[in-house]
Design a protein around this ligand. Structure first.
Ligand SMILES: O=C(CO)[C@H](O)[C@H](O)COP(=O)(O)O
Length: 262
């Protein structure tokens, strides 16, 4: 479904879409596209749902929108399960009631962004560092709607040239990083510890580190690669979300495309 923009979507009031094929497409910024995808995803939310709340600049728009609809009384009895401390803080500031997986092990719907989306709707996530909680929450969902702007679409995971994040325990992280690099050595892989803005190791919400894998080419069977990564002692989780997204909403210059898992 390609839809032409009728107005610039800098505010959601302005976000009305025209189905007329004659409407000229309007250029939107990347953040506006993220907001468009996020607002579309929130249309799937119904009162009474337990919701997985994603992390990142795209998911932030969805959480804002859910808070706005709650405040307006257009949604009721929502329970949010945040995927990071940052999202937890945002949800609290918006008055979204929160819980956790211990209390709500089944989630109706999760909405979250991604760093890469391949044609089979496999994802790379975790460049924001929240991949472990995201995978736990989104793995517990009946429906996982992934929201991206079109720059996130790739032919194969790793194809953007950006990192595949791996969460590792801090203990002897270099040993683990070397093992990860060796695993994909034939693909020219480089493994690098992620640093924060002060140059110290980036620490996740779970007290772990992130090793970023820069893959130079297609690593082939993703399930096999993911299993091999998880077999390395010291690895906590990897950022490939395979066969997890039930729907991907892509906002692009020509409109919204909704891709559903077959
Ligand atoms: O996986 C994530 C955080 O761990 C994010 O969803 C991913 O990095 C996309 O972020 P953004 O919406 O800011 O582009």
């Amino acid at each position: 479904m390609a839809v032409a923009w009728s107005e610039k979507a800098s505010s959601m009031k302005a976000l009305s879409l025209s189905l007329s094929p004659t409407s000229p497409p309007v250029f939107l910024t990347q953040d506006e596209l993220k907001k468009v995808a996020a607002y579309k995803a929130v249309e799937f939310v119904e009162s009474g749902m337990v919701l997985g709340l994603g992390t990142g600049s795209t998911a932030k728009h969805a959480v804002d929108r859910i808070g706005e609809l709650l405040c307006q009384g257009k949604l009721n009895n929502i329970i949010g399960i945040p995927t990071s401390k940052k999202t937890q803080e945002q949800a609290i500031s918006l008055g979204i009631p929160l819980s956790d997986l211990d209390t709500h092990p089944t989630i109706d719907l999760a909405i979250d962004g991604a760093d890469e989306v391949d044609p089979q709707l496999n994802l790379v996530k975790g460049r924001g560092g929240s991949l472990l909680r995201e995978k736990m929450v989104e793995g517990a969902c009946k429906k996982f709607v992934c929201i991206v702007d079109e720059s996130k679409l790739v032919k194969y995971l790793g194809g953007s040239g950006l990192a595949l994040p791996i969460e590792v325990v801090p203990f002897c992280w270099k040993f683990t990083a070397d093992k990860l690099g060796n695993l994909f050595r034939d693909s020219g892989c480089v493994a690098r510890l992620r640093n924060d803005c002060k140059g110290d190791p980036f620490v996740t919400d779970n007290g772990n580190y992130i090793v970023d894998l820069f893959l130079k080419k297609d690593i082939g069977d993703l399930q096999v690669a993911g299993d091999a990564i998880l077999r390395i002692a010291g690895v906590v989780e990897h950022g490939m979300f395979l066969d997890m997204a039930t729907t991907v909403i892509v906002a692009g210059e020509l409109g919204i495309t909704i891709k559903n898992k077959p």
